[in-house]
Design a protein around this ligand. Sequence first.
Ligand code: GRF
Length: 195
Amino acid sequence: MTSIAILASGNGSNAEAIARYLAQSPLAQVACILTNRPDAGVRARAERLGIPHYYYSNAEMREASAPLELLGSLGVDLIVLAGYMNLISQPWLEAYPARILNIHPALLPGYGGKGMYGHHVHEAVLANREATSGITIHLVDEHYDHGRYLVQASCPVLPTDTPDTLAGRIHQLEHHHYPRAIAYYIEHELPLLCL
Ligand code: GRF
């Protein structure tokens, strides 16, 4: 069974959707949740779900040795970013090659890159009067929102949308597709690091 670590900085609704979906699956389980924000809402969700959670400062996450040691001791095979607000540093990429996934709340390559997160994305989509937005699930490399795409899914942008209503529609797409994309990636493309 594949062992997953989720990295999250915020509310954690995707982390919860992934954990709940995989709890019903023989393929994988969420071994732990790591956050770089002491006040992140994801910590309360992890408590409720009974998933161990750990806080590391931004400096510790960037330097990577302490969190990577923890993940090694837990036998983690795959890392899933779910609203994690930092660039992934080189030691992570070397320890988990092609084993770090991210989700972005837009159709990349549009509306991605540094500074394009959260409501900034949805505000830009609305300002450009796009008819469609969506999500991109992709492998992580050394650049923001870059790396091989695994899944893209779209939804309409309505003339009456605000950043909040669009974010709500995007979250629904994310909660449906991200857990399934992770399961698919594990089943079809992921050689296990730890047997
Ligand atoms: C999601 O919209 C995701 O695409 C982006 O950050 C947001 C996290 O939301 N990377 P949540 O914390 O999972 O609710």
